[in-house]
Design a protein around this ligand. Structure first.
Ligand SMILES: Cc1cc2nc3c(=O)[nH]c(=O)nc-3n(C[C@H](O)[C@H](O)[C@H](O)COP(=O)(O)OP(=O)(O)OC[C@H]3O[C@@H](n4cnc5c(N)ncnc54)[C@H](O)[C@@H]3O)c2cc1C
Length: 327
């Protein structure tokens, strides 16, 4: 019988990504509600030493698949190994992050296992001994409640930055177990030839705790300087609407929205952005939304927790100066 909760962690170059702590913390909460054990699962190369850290966030054991061919993510290798581990251990619930990697891996894994899967969820709960997942649909206009029938594991991914990270308990220990699996080179059809780091060293928007975004109201690429100044003062990353990206003012990696990144920071400051549904789809789960727009009727104000009706070129520099006084 399927038993236990699995939280699949994500690492890059041997460092756990923030989503891993969110997933393990949430996995702990689910395991407690189900009265089951939590296993954190780590795939990578030379990651065993770091694995025990996940015990501090609630894992009862960490299952480590360590292999040089898992050092960099490839769909084929990860699905092959994780699929074998799931079949051998038969967890009842399996969650991972809805990061770019997690979305890719979960979709292929659910296909491989022949089970249903809820993607990009914003909350989980337990009803009648099973997982219940809530996920935004219709570009965030509605929420779907998803339950799973007669197939295990019950699989879901969690939107980054939504699930809270538990305070690490440094006194908590956990068992670290080496996973046994076979990985045939022929099963890996894609090879990573090279990977190039973003030279700017910016925090990826999906992991940013604060974001200051600009839209068509910025009027030109040079004016993003005012947003960068505010972002530097409050420790935020800079994002953009599709209009700003399509105009060539910002790179596509900065785009927030339905065809850009889905973000969920603690603070989202939208400057000169009207609040089209496709933009809201990417940021409406932000914890606090501040809108600065000269049009009092702009739809963004319906989503905003705080709104300033005014010219962003006056409001943003004034805000930057005001914040400087407090830090
Ligand atoms: C299939 C599809 C996918 C899409 N995906 C995305 C997506 O991923 N992300 C996305 O953002 N959009 C997306 N869009 C586009 C979306 O529909 C909107 O066109 C876009 O979000 C508008 O960008 P904006 O708010 O910057 O520009 P606008 O709608 O033109 O708004 C500009 C705003 O700036 C304000 N403004 C102007 N000057 C100032 C000033 N000096 N001070 C203060 N405010 C000022 C104006 O009042 C206005 O509200 C998508 C559209 C489609 C059809």
């Amino acid at each position: 019988m399927a038993q236990g909760v699995w939280a699949v962690a994500e690492q890059r170059d041997g460092v756990f990504r923030k989503i891993s702590y969110e997933i393990v913390s949430e996995g702990r909460r689910l395991a407690d509600k189900l009265g089951q054990k939590l296993t954190a699962v780590v795939l990578g190369a030379s990651v065993k030493d770091k694995a025990a850290e996940l015990g501090q966030y609630g894992a009862d054991r960490v299952l480590v698949a360590d292999d040089p061919r898992l050092g960099q993510y490839t769909t084929d290798a990860y699905v092959e190994v994780l699929g074998q581990l799931v079949k051998a251990d038969q967890p009842a619930v399996l969650i991972m992050g809805a990061s770019v990697q997690g979305k890719d891996l979960s979709a292929r894994l659910s296909g491989r296992l022949g089970v249903g899967m809820a993607q990009d969820c914003t909350s989980f709960s337990v009803e009648e001994g099973g997982l219940v997942a809530i996920r935004p649909i219709y570009a965030g206009k509605a929420y779907a409640k998803v339950t799973f029938e007669n197939s295990y594991p019950q699989m879901a991914t969690a939107r980054p930055n939504v699930m809270s990270i538990s305070a690490p308990d440094t006194g908590r220990s956990c068992e670290v177990v080496s996973a046994s699996f076979t990985l045939d080179d022929a099963a890996i059809k894609t090879k990573i030839v090279d990977s190039i780091k973003d030279a700017s060293g910016k925090i990826d928007l999906t992991e940013a705790d604060k974001i200051v975004s600009g839209g068509r109201g910025m009027k030109g690429p040079e004016n993003f300087k005012v947003l960068e100044e505010l972002a530097a003062v409050i420790g935020a990353s800079v994002g953009a609407s599709r209009s700003a990206v399509d105009a060539g003012w910002r790179p596509h990696s900065d785009q927030v929205g339905q065809t850009g990144k889905v973000v969920s920071p603690t603070l989202y400051v939208a400057c000169g952005i009207s609040g089209a549904i496709q933009h809201l789809a990417g940021m409406s789960t932000s914890k606090v939304i501040v809108a600065i727009n000269k049009d009092a009727e702009a739809p963004i104000f319906q989503k905003a927790d705080y709104g300033v009706v005014g010219d962003l070129f006056e409001v943003v520099p004034a805000l930057t100066e005001a914040v400087k006084k407090y830090i």
